[in-house]
Design a protein around this ligand. Structure first.
Ligand code: PGA
Length: 250
């Protein structure tokens, strides 16, 4: 039985004051949810504040991305080591907004995952097809290519530390969500791909669904056997909604 993981991705939203209020609210709710790993990915500049507010509450801190290099002359970048240094235990890599808006390709995502692991973080490897790819029946080919690029670089121990997030691009921020059956089918496919490399690791790898998860659709998605939690964008900016989604994962 895999432990559910629900992570909030705030993207570039909020303010320092709002971040502190949001984190405090999530911490309060998370204390009542020992069965779920609850995580938050604030914008970089609020990570330290969020960590302070979290204190000893059972909420994991994550980064929204990290550099695909170790350190040095990379103006504007934040390394995986820096995220670990300020209390993060995971980091998103390959979110579709990073791929589409900032031109991150599979090779760069794989580098980021590698540095995240080296820094002691769990990379949450985001994969997902565009609407055009789904309509062209390229969903499996797309997510396989994206996942393979990361898995090619990992040995068995490293593979056991990753989390996968399936986020169909057409469902992110659109109010359109994959049906539970559609999500489950892709998750099952992804798990098979992991199993093809490391059969003993595959059963334990958590695969989260993301894309317009809301309190009213979360329970049906999380009820699917291959769906181990969610990556929550818009709804994570509202404490009540986010906690309702976390509760749906129990
Ligand atoms: P959304 O975003 O929940 O607002 O669709 C999900 C994500 O981008 O991780």
């Amino acid at each position: 039985m895999r432990r559910p993981f629900v992570a909030g991705n705030w993207k570039m939203n909020g303010s320092r004051a709002r971040a502190r209020v949001l984190v405090a609210g999530v911490c309060e709710g998370a204390r009542e949810l020992p069965e779920v790993d609850v995580g938050l990915c604030p914008p970089f500049v609020y990570v330290t504040d969020a960590g302070e507010v979290i204190g000893d509450a059972p909420v994991r801190l994550g980064g929204q991305t990290c550099a695909g290099v170790e350190y040095g002359a990379f103006t504007g970048e934040v390394s995986a080591y820096m995220l670990a240094d300020v209390g993060c235990s995971f980091v998103l890599v390959g979110h579709s907004e990073r791929r589409m808006l900032y031109g991150e390709d599979d090779a760069e995502v794989a580098e980021k995952a590698g540095f995240a692991l080296a820094a002691g973080l769990s990379p949450v490897v985001c994969v997902g097809e565009t609407l055009a790819e789904r309509e062209a029946e390229q969903t499996e080919a797309t997510v396989e290519r994206q996942l393979d690029a990361v898995m090619d670089r990992l040995d068995r121990d490293a593979l056991a530390r990753i989390v996968i997030a399936y986020e169909p691009v057409w469902a992110i921020g659109t109010g359109r969500t994959a049906t539970p059956a559609q999500a489950n089918a892709v998750h099952a496919f992804l798990r098979e791909r992991v199993a093809a490399r490391e059969p003993e690791v595959a059963a334990g790898v958590r695969i989260l669904y993301g894309g317009s998860v809301k309190p009213d659709n979360a329970a049906a998605l999380f009820a699917e056997p291959e769906v181990d939690g969610g990556l929550i964008g818009g709804a994570s900016l509202d404490v009540g909604q986010f906690l309702d989604i976390c509760r749906a994962a129990v």
